[in-house]
Design a protein around this ligand. Structure first.
Ligand code: AMP
Length: 182
């Protein structure tokens, strides 16, 4: 498994899809799973930019992975977003007979991230929601970055540049963790 961490607008989804194509890891985005829900309450909550409860997220991750072939490798996009989720994942790995290959932190400043968000224009991208997601990133995701740094799993990658430039840097980082293209 690969984990991609980074602020909103860092290009995590674009990079995860490239990893899916080049490395054969299946893209798993908790945000995308939530957006595809038919439950109107979930859609209302998405508009706030606040993080969902761990139990709700862990349930959808568990279901997604349980439904996959055991050999299917996964690239997580937007998960884990709290240290509690990271610890849950650490515990779950052996149940699923899977291991963590690498964690890549895509580093982008808030200004650049905001500039990109404006280009994207997703339904849950109101200015208020974006601000909230930045707060959640500082408060909750940065401790996740620290968690994986302490475990020796983390690579930091400069997220400023074209999609191709950034994907080149990510590939280099993945190679250092022994992950190679198909
Ligand atoms: P994303 O598409 O990754 O930006 O996620 C969109 C929204 O879904 C986030 O702003 C959160 O409200 C929610 N979300 C996605 N992943 C998680 C997670 N791992 N924990 C809590 N909330 C999440």
């Amino acid at each position: 498994m690969i984990i991609l961490l980074g602020p909103v607008g860092a290009g995590k989804s674009a990079q995860a899809k490239i990893i899916e194509k080049r490395f054969g890891y299946k893209w798993l985005s908790t945000g995308e799973l939530l957006r595809s829900s038919k439950d109107p309450i979930i859609h209302e909550k998405l508009k706030t930019g606040k993080l969902f409860d761990d139990e709700d997220i862990e349930k959808i991750v568990d279901e997604a992975i349980t439904g996959m072939n055991k050999d299917q490798k996964i690239v997580f996009d937007g998960f884990p977003r709290r240290v509690t989720q990271a610890k849950w994942l650490d515990d779950k790995l052996s149940n699923w007979s899977r291991k963590l290959d690498a964690v890549v932190h895509i580093v982008v400043g808030e200004e650049e991230a905001n500039r990109r968000m404006k280009l994207r224009g997703r339904a849950d991208d109101s200015e208020e929601a974006i601000k909230k997601r930045h707060e959640e990133y500082q408060q909750n995701v940065m401790p996740v970055v620290e968690h994986y740094k302490n475990e020796g799993m983390l690579s930091e990658v400069d997220g400023v540049g074209t999609v191709e430039e950034v994907s080149g840097r990510i590939e280099e980082a993945l190679r250092e963790h022994g992950v190679h293209p198909n």
